[in-house]
Design a protein around this ligand. Sequence first.
Ligand code: G6P
Length: 467
Amino acid sequence: MVANRLPVDPHVDAHGSIDWQRAPGGLVTALESVMRNVDGAWVGWSGAPDLDVPPFEVDNMWLVPVALSAAEVEAHYEGFSNATLWPLYHDVIARPEYHRPWWDAYRRVNLRFAEAAAEQAAPGATVWVHDYQLQLVPAMLRELRPDVRIGFFNHIPFPSLEIFSQLPWRRQVIQGLLGADLIGFQRAGDASNFVRAVRRLLGATTRGSIITLTNGHGRVSRHVRAAAFPISIDSASFDALARTPAVQLRAREIRQELGDPEVVLLGVDRLDYTKGIRHRLKAYGELLAEGRLTVPECTLVQVASPSRENVGTYQTLREDVETTVGRINGEFGALGQTAIHYMHHNYPQDEMAALYLAADVMLVTALRDGMNLVAKEYIAARSDERGALVLSEFTGAADELAGAFLVNPHDIDGMKDAFMQAATLDRREARRRMKKLRRRVLDNDVAKWAKTFLAVLSASPTRTEHP
Ligand code: G6P
């Protein structure tokens, strides 16, 4: 497994000793449960600038940290990954920045990951590379180790050709990805965007999901498949966690702590401009102003976990969100009666499960999101078949989760109506919808996702037809 992050984050104490703690984040949560059951290595960034530590074992996983200097973290992670690719791949919601030194660092760091993977992989091994931070690794690894089978999975959206074409290094990125035998995407639309980009930017022949690559003499050298594999969560574990007496008790406690409101709305996101938090707050603020919702009968709990705090767009977003929360609370709150309970923290999984159980309505209003695993966690937690999900149609999850109230987050009036419908849903209709949602999430978990991806990868031809 090769991913930008390891499943653990380093916490260095005053004496310089490192305590490795479970890392938050969708990708890591998804892959961790897969890796525990196989005998493999996980190559990832050590998690802090200039931290160079030897490989070590955690929970049956062999972790191989890749060291990055402070300058590389700035140019590869904060720069090219999160200020160029992230906004570009999320439909330019924020303006992507193109800087040549960032691209140089991206290439250098991708090569370091490819070298680490090449060193770890046994002869004929399968290597699975993840996400936008490492798109050059497949081709670099193939060069170093032509014997291994390479899969790549893109956890975020892949944009339309018109948007992708902005990238000054668009051909190099596509060539990097085409080093893989199989390239997985969240939605069918992402896969077809990629195939179209390959056809138009490289002039390669494509037929459905199959891309045919030729060598210098125009002869077929390899085939690459690009297809959709929607990711999921460890649904059964989440369901089981939410059923434990401790979590159930905590959920009741949370409602009491909130002052026993009639309606609890919940948002759970990394504090990221793709998540549509500003749009959600606007809709909620207007519903309060119009008196369609009132405090203390209704309250919104917004968990916004800290993310990418050195990147400018994230700093601006935090200021905007916190100003808006303050304004709404100032206008509609009273002593002991809060319109929005805003938390800028990470919480452990059991607390999250309790929050999901305590919420009548889950609000997922992303402007663009590869999948959105929070929506799936909410559903997995609701074995009581209560609660309602408002879900943006611009998430990968919207392709799968009929039964949610689908919304366009740019349509504030439409979103307000959906909030109200979900908040006033009768018990029978809620159960009917949640049953349907749960069937989907429980039947399609992350283990099945990984198994399907790896089965298709192992069936893909690795040999060249005309060496
Ligand atoms: C998304 C990305 C992951 C990333 C995670 C957390 O889920 O697809 O690749 O790890 O966000 O972001 P961070 O920048 O903290 O790794």
